[in-house]
Design a protein around this ligand. Structure first.
Ligand code: GLN
Length: 582
């Protein structure tokens, strides 16, 4: 096994995850199989109980792991399927060590950070790195390990110690480290100076922690000047080709191109002796094709003209990372259609009336955004705040025949909106949001645990069966007539009340997809509407750069006015709309 550790210095949040996944992508294009592990040194067992406005989205894997959002980057870039074990946290490691201590595994010993915790970390990495993660089902050749946070954080100390030992376990030529740093420009903007001191400090910190980076990836707003690269190399006792410059680019899809231009593949191949790894011809060819498609797509991004605007009506919009997979899925759909996407972020709370301590300016601005957008998207969320605003936006999209997509909570609210305003059920709501309501269109799922929050939702991949008599469905048309079942990832605690389904259906809300038993509602759609679809699952988690999610693709195409062409193109197996049809 070959390991590439990607660590961070100076500050976090400068794109370490993108650099790590882009490096993985480059290796994959050379025909290698690549896996990835994300280490988060926090004490939570997983990201499931963390606030989206503080930590960003919770990414869900097939096996129902509630993970750090960076895992999403890896799956999207490397076309892999990761498991909950690919995200290591301090909480998970300690839980594992403590459980073993209780069963007497360390009998007689004092259980300590070194060696017990640090050994557990190494064993975990070695075990998980070997799990096949892509269609080849082969043991991966390379494992990218991303260490969250910055080196020097108190929580990361056991991981750094473990990794420096893992380096020895792996043996010479089997481990490299890329340290991601930040080069500020002072004063900011043109004419400012690129400052190398934070990078010098970061390198000396990581060295005193016991690691010795082979490459420094320097994030900078502008391209790094030759003199800056030289200075960093000199001050850190490295060669200039060990300094990789990663300046701001128009889209993150350009980052692999930027790294390739600096011969990152050659450098890593030399450092890790990758030339010795045999690659079957079909994998080599697939890698080549992947690279050509990627370059095409990244370059194509710079030549898009028509803009399609999507109002994303959410409650966590103060942190855009809370919707990272949703915005990526929209981007994938836009790329398929060769359109530029403009996501208009609307705080759903601002759509509520004067009783909300809203400024009139915010209220009108929010409504202007919803009314002028080409499509309205209501993504997933938890809790009552701002849901009245979401319901109002749904009423608008339904009655004005604007393309609408509701994801998870968005679907549940669309059902409530329909029950209230079309069926006319009195005082109807959700057990989660309106516990006092007389009627509930959305209820607790019987099997979930009401008292314990961590990992107790209906999570992960579950099948959804298309129902008889719904062949007219616009969403179904994108899967083609022969598809009767799909699988998507879930994360919810409530569901549509099965007792209300008949009533809703009679009034025109169709339940296109249900679970295998036909008891749990998975997809809603309104026939007399250009595109009004709600899904109980989260299609954004399975959307891929070169394989957009059908729910997002149909929604976006309807908003862009090209749903028919897209449906035809996708049924003919095309990877995107023909450019001539733009
Ligand atoms: N809060 C809702 C539920 O638990 C929706 C969850 C979500 O949108 N992910 O069912």
């Amino acid at each position: 096994m070959k390991y590439v550790l990607v660590s961070g210095g100076v500050i976090s949040g400068v794109g370490k995850g993108i650099i790590a996944s882009s490096t993985g992508l480059l290796l994959k294009t050379t025909g290698l199989t690549v896996t990835s592990i994300k280490i988060d040194p926090y004490i939570n067992i997983d990201a499931g109980t963390m606030s989206p406005t503080e930590h960003g989205e919770v990414y869900v894997t097939d096996d129902g792991g509630e993970m750090d959002l960076d895992l999403g980057n890896y799956e999207r870039y490397l076309l892999t399927t990761l498991s909950r074990d690919h995200n290591i946290t301090t909480g998970k490691i300690y839980q594992h060590v403590i459980e073993r201590e209780r069963i007497g595994h360390y009998l007689g010993k004092t259980v300590q950070v070194v060696p017990h915790v640090t050994n557990a970390i190494q064993d975990w990495i070695e075990r998980v790195a070997k799990i096949p993660v892509d269609e080849s089902r082969a043991e991966p050749d390379v494992c990218i390990i991303e260490l969250g946070g910055t080196v020097g954080d108190i929580e990361s100390a056991p991981f750094i110690h473990a990794i420096s030992q893992l380096q020895r376990r792996a043996g010479k030529g089997n481990f490299i480290q890329i340290h991601v740093s930040y080069v500020p420009v002072v004063p900011p903007g043109p004419g400012g100076e690129q400052k190398t001191k934070p990078t010098q400090r970061a390198i000396s910190d990581v060295r005193s922690a016991g690691l010795n980076p082979d490459l420094i990836a320097c994030r900078c707003e502008q391209p790094l000047e030759e003199g800056t690269i030289q200075k960093i190399a000199n001050m850190c006792s490295m060669e200039a080709n060990q300094v990789i410059a990663v300046h701001n680019v128009t889209t993150t899809y350009h980052v692999p191109l930027l790294l390739e231009k600096q011969k990152l593949i050659t450098t890593i191949t030399d450092l890790l002796n990758l030339q010795t790894i045999q690659r079957p011809p079909d994998r080599l060819e697939r890698g080549n094709r992947m690279w050509m498609d990627w370059v095409d797509l990244a370059r194509g991004q710079d030549y898009l003209h028509d803009t399609v605007s999507i109002a994303l009506v959410g409650k966590y919009i103060s942190l855009k990372d809370a919707y990272i997979s949703v915005s990526k899925a929209l981007e994938h759909a836009a790329m398929f259609c060769h359109k530029k996407i403009e996501v208009v972020w609307v705080d759903a709370g601002h759509l509520e009336d004067e009783t909300f301590e809203n400024s009139p300016a915010e209220f009108h601005k929010a409504w202007h955004a919803v009314c002028t957008a080409d499509g309205v998207l209501v993504p997933g969320a938890f809790g009552t705040r701002a849901t009245t605003g979401m319901i109002k936006a749904i009423t608008w999209a339904r009655t004005k025949k604007k393309p609408f997509l509701g994801v998870c909570l968005g679907m549940q609210l669309a059902v409530i909106e329909f029950a209230r305003n079309v069926v006319g059920i009195e005082d109807v709501g959700s057990e989660e949001l309106h516990p006092q309501a007389k009627n509930h269109a959305i209820v607790y799922m019987p099997e979930v645990d009401k008292d314990k929050l961590g990992g107790t939702m209906r999570l992960g991949k579950h099948p959804c069966i298309f129902q008889k008599g719904t062949e007219w469905s616009r969403l179904r048309a994108l899967y083609g007539p022969s598809t009767s079942q799909i699988e998507e990832r879930h994360r919810h605690r409530y569901e549509v009340n099965p007792d209300m389904v008949d009533q809703l259906e009679k009034a025109g809300l169709s339940f296109i997809g249900k679970d295998v038993k036909g008891e749990r509602m998975e997809i809603i759609e309104i026939r007399d509407h250009p595109w009004f679809v709600g899904v109980q699952f989260h299609p954004e988690y399975l959307s891929r750069v070169l394989g957009p999610s059908k729910a997002f693709l149909g929604f976006f195409a309807a908003a862009a006015g090209c749903l028919e062409e897209v449906t035809e193109a996708i049924n003919q197996g095309q990877r995107s709309l023909a450019r001539s049809k733009q």
